[in-house]
Design a protein. Sequence first.
Lengths: 252, 198
Amino acid sequence: MRYHDKPALQDRLAAEYVLGTLRGRARARFQGWLRADAALRRTVAEWEARLGPLAAGVAEVPPPRRVWRAIEARTGTGAAPASRPAPAAGLWESLAFWRGWGLVATGCAAALVAAMALQPPEVVEVPVERIVESTRMQPSYIAILRNKAGEAVFVAYAGRRSDELWVKRIGLEAEPPDHRFELWGLYGKAGAAPRLLGMLPKEDKATIKLAGVADESLRDFPALAITVEPAQGSGGAPTGPVVASGDCFKFW
Amino acid sequence: MRPPGARSVDPAQNQRLVRLLGACARRDHGAFAELYAATSPKLFGVAVRILRREDWAEEVLQDCFVSIWNNAGAYSPGLSAPLTWMTSIVRNRCLDWLRRPNPEVVLQRPDDDGDDPLEAIAADGPGPLEQLARAADAQALAACLAKLDAKQRQAIVLAFYDGLSHSELASHMRQPLGTVKTWVRRGLEKLKGCLGGP
């Protein structure tokens, strides 16, 4: 459906999105437009401002104490604040890390990076509940990434025949202001530049759309890493410090 | 540009929540705890009402506050009131939850006691509307809602508070789908005209 040149339609869809009657595929499609269209996001914000006060009609229900405890645990905001290692420059964040993975700016790698920059991987957020369709173990790839202190802070999962990488932050520190995290595949062989897999959504649980099914797009990477990049993106070659890295293996 | 609903929100509470969200963006743990204490009963109430299962609502609330902590820096006071922003996060998460392509959601979304899961919902949602009329920060909206045709108001109230889709509205109100869709659309248009703003 074309909507760009139809302000009345945009307004109606935004209203129904906010009210909640836009459902199913129409809702998912609209959310796709929202990600790409600042004017549409503004229209939605206007409707949220109109209808939001309706929430004043909802009776307050104090949530059980365990909810806050779980939130504290997931955000690291508990009474004993997690003593996170200072994100100071060090060997771990330095170029040496990448040299270890054979980051050499060869012409070939630069060309690859340029080609990738033209087609930035798309980030799609999908409710995580969709993962589990069966209790049978699916052939898959699994990665566990650790921070400098060796704490597991991030896990990723993809079915081998799926192009969706399911990711979960488990205590990964938040992005610095005006920065984003990007996820990289690290080749096992020397001389190969890391490959951008996608921007990390800010959600704790999200999915990243891979360039192809995992059997093609993850197979060559024995490890993954997360770097801090400027808000507008790295452009395809890592520029910032590494905040987490770890093995990626084929499971089943 | 002033958000159309912002004028109706209690300014002191508004400022406090804006300040707390700003502090959260600077990773202030104390402010996050204060924000949770101030807003979680309302937000949990919103989620419980839509999902009608407290265990699901707990999970949604948890996810939403983690998301609020991680995205506090993205909150823009010029665009929306803080509680409106947070309510939208919770409602969207609830609606995405209900969208799961999982028959369990349909089968297990419990009815309160009757046979028809939707039967238990009050016909014109008198509870929320009465409470809304008493809320100091929603007077303009309550007045505009009162001006709608009863059917339009009922459809909008059921959709907002109880998360009913068009087809659920049609089934609950025992009307053809097209009729219900028209009520919702016309009701929203009238509300917009009544509330003013952009």
